[in-house]
Design a binder for this molecule. Structure first.
Ligand code: RFL
Ligand code: PHB
Length: 389
């Protein structure tokens, strides 16, 4: 088989890249290790930046998003029970949209299937070859048979544990990492959300987040030590802990019910540099990880592939390699700003094992400053709703 761009991974990064290239008439094949149902079964992100929504609109997959997505004009912080709302609309005239990653993925998969484009699910032993040269290849095994795809470029959109970054010679790659000593225990429930907007809560027992997927489906998280296992957390224990960490009104209004999903996600900051190796590019979680506190992971995957698509379109359209040469530096500049914001949100909202009384006062001062300064609130809003693509 031959194609122009072989895309590894059918998460949001790979699917959106495939869609952007399809619109430009550039042929792609997507290779995915898992089944389509498995990919759709992963419960992940929920908040789309305005720029991500606009990008999905431009690719013609925005219809369901606009019909079902919830436009949020603000977000609330709750600090030891004191609540403050940041009104994005008033502060910077921007919004975010709550629409699950699962739905984004489904919309993109349906568009791709509708166009009759190739995605090979359950592709095993994917391996990348000759990307330092002009004619890269990807090999994989499907139903016990080995196949090879010859291509012009490989897009590594296969997430943090994927094969793409691991295929780069280790001395060509520099990585930057911070692992946090806690994770997020998340549950999904078919009950109405406790509030119209998201509530990010800081409490001395740890962080909590009240989020949602729809008017009838809620998503809640509590910070837990990295050593905790999900089996140790009954639904009742989860609800009791969440109630302790939020303000009284929120605790009283919580509509609880049986969880339909429960999992623990570790928190990590990670960046690889550079993101281009000859004819291989890294994008999305394959290139970087942010802790979920800033709701940036999916949005960064979108801005990475928007830039990559632009560079590849320039290559095929104008026979210019300026775009692909500049890809890594261009996206890393936005990535590092999102890393900074996600790290900062994480550091003010969580309880760290080594936070001393001085550190707690500093966290409180951050909250008091945000709530008293329009400049600080605008900075938060600008980052949360998304810096320019
Ligand atoms: P994905 O989604 O991990 O997709 C990669 C795909 O590659 C496949 N793959 C392979 N395929 C072939 N061969 C191999 N060897 C392969 N290895 C892997 C995988 O099966 C998979 O299908 O990466 P992508 O596309 O870069 O997308 C990134 C996002 O998924 C991620 O950043 C977000 O989910 C992060 N995130 C959030 N981001 C936001 O923007 N807003 C949020 O509100 C938000 N909340 C979250 C989150 C992530 C969370 N977890 C569980 C990590 C909340 C949580 C709890
Ligand atoms: C979610 O709804 O899953 C969610 C929302 C905001 C975040 C992280 C996760 O910052």
């Amino acid at each position: 088989m031959r194609t122009k761009v072989a895309i590894i991974g059918s998460g949001p990064a790979g699917l959106l890249l495939g869609r952007l290239l399809e619109i430009a008439g550039i042929e792609t094949v997507i290779l995915e290790r898992r089944s389509q149902d498995y990919v759709l079964g992963r419960i992940r992100a929920g908040v789309l930046e305005q720029g991500t929504v606009e990008l999905l609109d431009r690719t013609g997959v925005g219809e369901k998003l606009h019909a079902e997505g919830l436009v949020h004009e603000g977000v609330e912080f709750c600090f030891d029970g004191d609540r403050h709302r940041f009104n994005f609309r008033d502060l910077i005239d921007r919004t975010v949209t709550v629409y699950g990653q699962t739905e984004v993925t489904r919309d993109l998969m349906q568009a791709r299937d509708g166009s009759g484009l190739t995605t090979i699910y359950e592709a095993e032993d994917v391996s990348l070859h000759d990307f330092a040269e002009e004619a890269p290849k990807v090999r994989y095994v499907k139903d016990g048979v080995e196949h090879q795809i010859a291509c012009d470029f490989i897009a590594g959109c296969d997430g943090y544990h994927g094969v793409s970054r691991a295929s780069v010679p280790q001395d060509a790659l520099r990585t930057f990492e911070r692992v946090y000593p806690f994770g997020w225990l998340g549950i999904l429930v078919d009950k109405p959300p406790v509030a119209d907007e998201l509530i990010y809560a800081h409490h001395e027992r740890g962080f909590a987040l009240c989020s949602m997927r729809s008017p009838t489906r809620s998503r809640y998280y509590v910070q837990v030590p990295s050593s905790d296992r999900v089996e140790e957390w009954s639904d009742q224990r989860f609800w009791d802990e969440l109630r302790r960490r939020v303000d009284g009104e929120t605790a009283d209004n919580l509509v609880t019910g049986p969880s339909i999903e429960k999992s623990i996600a570790p928190l990590r900051s990670f960046v690889a540099e550079p993101l281009r190796f000859g004819r291989l590019f890294l994008a999305g979680d394959a290139a970087h990880i942010v802790p979920p506190t800033g709701a940036k992971g999916l949005n960064l995957a979108a801005s990475d592939v928007a830039a990559l698509a632009e560079a590849l379109i320039e290559f095929y359209g104008e026979r210019s390699s300026a775009g692909i040469d500049g890809y890594s530096a261009r996206v890393l500049s936005r990535i590092w700003k999102a890393e900074r914001f996600s790290w900062w949100m994480t550091s003010i909202l969580h309880t760290f094992p080594d936070t001393d009384p001085f550190g707690r006062r500093i966290q409180r001062a951050e909250f008091d400053y945000l709530r008293s300064s329009t400049a600080a609130a605008r900075s938060l809003s600008e980052n949360y709703t998304g810096l320019p693509f």
